[in-house]
Design a protein around this ligand. Structure first.
Ligand SMILES: *Cc1c(COP(=O)(O)O)cnc(C)c1O
Length: 381
């Protein structure tokens, strides 16, 4: 089976991990800080806190912004469930904004309309989680303007978009947001097996994030609110979690991050080949956007004339590991039980009904890609 996504692990990655196992601290050693510094250098955000998954990073991001019982958080339905679950972990209410059919990212006009309505009913969100779908940045300038006007905080779920740019910056700079989150799951741009990061340029948010990711405990004497500065003292100040990333994982991350540009270059040339060779088929291809250079986490086509299930099954039976991203979150049974109307976010639902993610990963060969292209082209005659 040609998978839809796959990690690239080479000898130097293996050596980096083995070195930790043989010679160094397994956790809470120097690799975590080194990885955090490398992520700051790359993203230009001032602070990075690495954690054990992208999902933990989203949870910590919400906690750091003070999301709690009764607060309102908005996100998009065209995402992985973690983009919404993070708000529920904090006891907040979640709601969904529809996507733009061209970008497949949050629709600025839908967001604007929903904000106007929410202001009238006293239901403005505290936080908006935007998702850079497939590796294309959202329209962050417009989002930042609305955030200012309606006083909500913005979290970028950049799980797909490590390696992408928006205007002059790498996604992760936090220039237009409060917090940006990366995931290092094996299908993402780089991997630590499981892992994630919280990026921010706010010293206070960085402090909060570190606190929530490490049991709510600080060892910094200057930050104590009760205890004196006796050498052994540490303080638990909030109810935090053990979301730490180990040094093993961080060492892998450091090694992988060095190769990020190379991984993204390969993804970009494979995507360009797909765009060229699939251009005459009756499908909707990803639409390039001058403001963002995609990291090409996913290459999603939408079928315009053919039945999605038929084509999906045909590709799978040819050992092509196609996938579907995403079943709209609000249509999941858990969310249906919360009372969400399945007619919510019609663009997300329509997009979902026609979408297929084709295989795309740095180690994919051109002959594997040609096989995908040929099989799909024959299926769509
Ligand atoms: C992968 C992903 C996550 C969660 O990341 P994990 O590291 O698997 O916990 C969150 N949001 C989106 C959009 C993702 O693709």
């Amino acid at each position: 089976m040609i998978p839809y996504g796959k990690h690239s692990i080479e000898r130097d990655d293996v050596d980096a991990v083995v070195d930790i196992l043989e010679n160094q601290f397994l956790t809470q050693g120097p690799k975590v800080e080194q990885f955090e510094q490398a992520l700051c250098d790359y993203s230009k955000a001032r602070h990075a806190i690495v954690v054990n998954s992208g999902t933990s990073a989203l949870h910590v991001a919400c906690l750091s912004l003070g999301v709690t019982n009764g607060d309102i958080v908005w996100t998009v339905s065209n995402s992985f469930v973690a983009s919404a679950n993070c708000a529920l972990y904090c006891g907040a209410d979640i709601d969904f904004v529809d996507i733009d059919s061209q970008t497949r990212n949050i629709s600025i006009s839908a967001l604007q309309a929903k904000l106007i309505e929410a202001e009238l009913s006293n239901g403005l969100p505290k936080v908006l989680v935007v998702v850079h779908f497939a590796g294309f940045s959202c329209d962050m300038k417009s989002i930042a303007e609305l955030a200012k006007k309606y006083s909500f905080a913005v979290i970028e779920d950049a799980s797909h978009a490590l390696g992408a740019t928006y205007l002059c910056d790498n996604v992760g700079s936090c220039r237009y947001s409060d917090i940006c989150v990366y995931s290092f799951h094996p299908v993402k741009s780089i991997t630590t097996a499981e892992g994630g990061a919280v990026l921010t340029s706010s010293p206070q948010l960085a402090k909060n994030a570190a606190l929530y990711a490490k049991h709510g405990i600080t060892k910094e004497h200057d930050d104590f609110i009760e205890f004196d500065k006796t050498a052994w003292n540490y303080e638990q100040q909030v109810l935090g979690f053990n979301y730490r990333l180990s040094d093993l994982h961080a060492a892998l991350g450091i090694s992988q991050l060095k190769k990020l540009d190379q991984f993204i270059d390969t993804r970009r040339s494979l995507a360009a080949r797909y765009l060229e060779k699939l251009s005459s088929l009756p499908i909707k291809l990803p639409i390039l956007d001058d403001n963002t250079d995609s990291s090409w986490h996913l290459f999603v086509i939408e079928l315009l004339e053919h039945d999605r299930e038929t084509i999906f099954n045909l590709l799978r039976s040819n050992k092509i590991g196609v996938n579907v991203h995403y079943i709209p979150i609000h249509t999941q049974p858990y969310y249906q039980n919360m009372g969400f109307d399945s007619g919510l976010c019609p663009n997300s639902v329509l997009y979902y009904e026609r979408a297929i993610s084709l295989p795309l990963f740095p180690l994919m060969t051109e002959s594997q890609q040609d096989f995908v292209i040929d099989t799909l082209s024959k299926a769509l005659v």
